[in-house]
Ligand binder design. Structure first.
Ligand code: FMN
Length: 198
C-alpha cells in the first residue's frame, strides 16, 4: 500500500504527530511507500494565500493523489481540528480523497471534545470524496505522557484502539472500478459492475 500521513499540528513536539508516526511504524512492511506531509513544514505564505502552485504544496498534493490509504492527525483546538490542517485541506482539489480509506487521529486536553472528529473533521473529509472513514482514534493528553527522547509513551488501551483502526484501514478492499463501455457494447446487467461504497 502507498500510505500518506498528514500531520496538522503546529507543534514540533506533538502528541497527535507522535501517534501518527506510531501508526505508520505499526503498519510496517504492509506499507510499500510512505509519504509524510507535515503541514507545519509547508510554506506558511502559500498555505494562507491558497497558492497551490507552490512547489512543496504541489509535491504534497501529488503524493496524496497517489495514496491508497490516508492517515490524518490533528490536535483539537477550540473544539475543532487545527486551523493549520484546515489551510491544507482547503487547498486540496475536489475529490482529493475519493476512493481512499482514511483514518483520523485527534488529541485533546480533555475527553469533552471527542466528538469534534465527527462534527467537524468528518464532514470535510466527506466533502473531499472520502467514503471509507474507519473508526477514528481520539486520545487525551493524559494518555500520552512525555517520555524524554522517545517523545511520548502511550496508554496500552489507546495503542490497542489505534492498532484496530489501522487494521481496518489496511484491509479495506479497493472499490471495484466500473468497466469502460466500448462503443456499441450491450448494457445488459451482466456487464455492469457495482461500485463499492462503505
Ligand atoms: C490554542 C489551543 C486550543 C485548544 N483547545 C482545546 C479544546 O478546545 N479542547 C481540548 O480538548 N483541548 C484543547 N487544547 C489542547 C490540545 O488539543 C492538546 O494539548 C493536544 O494534545 C495538542 O496536540 P499536539 O501536541 O499534537 O499539538 C487546545 C490547545 C491549544 C494550544
Amino acid at each position: 500500500m502507498h500510505l500518506v500521513s498528514i500531520s496538522g499540528s503546529p507543534s514540533r513536539l506533538s502528541r497527535s504527530s507522535w501517534l501518527l508516526q506510531h501508526a505508520v511504524g505499526r503498519a510496517g512492511a504492509r506499507v510499500e511507500h510512505h509519504d509524510a506531509i507535515a503541514v507545519r513544514e509547508l510554506p506558511a505564505q502559500a498555505l494562507i494565500s491558497g497558492n497551490v502552485a507552490d512547489a512543496q504544496i504541489v509535491r504534497a498534493h501529488r503524493a496524496l493523489a497517489l495514496a491508497q490509504g490516508v492517515l490524518i492527525a490533528t490536535p483539537i483546538y477550540k473544539a475543532a481540528y487545527s486551523g493549520l490542517l484546515k489551510l491544507f485541506l482547503d487547498g486540496l482539489p475536489p475529490d482529493a480523497l475519493r476512493d481512499k480509506p482514511v483514518l483520523a487521529i485527534a488529541t485533546g486536553g480533555s475527553p469533552g471534545h471527542l466528538l469534534a472528529i465527527d462534527y467537524a473533521l468528518k464532514p470535510v473529509l466527506s466533502a473531499l470524496g472520502a467514503r471509507t472513514i474507519v473508526d477514528a482514534v481520539y486520545a487525551t493528553d493524559s494518555q500520552l505522557r512525555p517520555d524524554g527522547d522517545k517523545g511520548f509513551s502511550a496508554d496500552g488501551a489507546l495503542l490497542e484502539r489505534l492498532d484496530q483502526s489501522l487494521e481496518l484501514l489496511l484491509h479495506r478492499p479497493a472499490p471495484l472500478a466500473l468497466p469502460r463501455r466500448r462503443a456499441g457494447a450491450s448494457t445488459q446487467p451482466a456487464e455492469v459492475a457495482v461500485r463499492a461504497h462503505c
